[in-house]
Design a binder for this molecule. Sequence first.
Ligand code: PMV
Length: 331
Amino acid sequence: MLQRATAFAPSNIALTKYWGKRDHTLNLPLAPSLSVTLSDLGTLTVVAPNPDLDDDVMMVDDQELDPAGMTKVRRVLNIIRQRAGTQVKAGLRSVNTVPTARGLASSASAFAALALAASKAYGLDLDERELSILARTGSGSAARSVAGGYVLWHGGTTADGSDSYAERVFDAEHWPLKILVAVVADQKKKVSSTLGMKMNSAGTSPLFDAWIGQCQRDVVTCQKALQDKNMRALAEVVEGNALAMHATMMSNRPPLLYWQAPTVALIHAVQRLRSEGAECCFTIDAGSSVVVLCEPQDARAVADELAAVAGIEEVLQTHVGSGARLVGDAV
Ligand code: PMV
């Protein structure tokens, strides 16, 4: 049965990163990764199958989605339509509550919301693993936005990607950390993570192979730090992993340098705060903004310090949350 369906999916922040693919079409990673799911920053998407439409059409934040984005959306919709045994096109509308293209993974929440809303709209009843695989075909990191809490994305080994999915390893209550996003006042980034990953995977960074090996080890270390709720251990692996990813990007030819001056100032601020006793650590995705994980009792003081750094547009405050869910029509 075809019906209108709406889903919300939160964004997620990688604690150990996905940066390198073994398959660029299916978004299969070279290494596993771990992430934390955000509570309220994400994407709300409504999917309405409509037999009168000649083609799929999608509005994102009241603008028509560009052709590159539409190709990825169609890839997900076509898989769903094939399984549902229908050719009917759909009208889609999305609203982001996470700033787009600034190194915050808006594509992660977008494709997780799409996978859930569209599968429901086309009458499929998929489990979390199937939804994760579906979301992954739109954007790799979206595989991790289906589940809530602390999430592990298995790299997998099969060519069809059937074992490359994400699942929760600890729920949000296990370690209810605060998450601060220091948004750097910056133009939208010029190199998308899709393109950046392709450039970097092409083998011009002498660090690339070592980076992938490091990711395999970091996932194990990071999961242990999460299990023990040990912020010092978490800081070592999470910060080290993010810096290693950026070192790999920077040593590419041509180089990928996502940082701005405030990015470096934020790194120093977090390291200083920790040396003064605050329980916090930072990570950075493919952008200039800095995400800080923080014990609740230190969150306010840390947020104030981050906001005082020159060039910071705003500090978003959120916490570990639950995964993608269906909601009543709201867009
Ligand atoms: O899923 P993509 O193509 O947006 O890639 C995300 C890449 C990073 O955000 C830099 C790392 C990660 O694991 O999320």
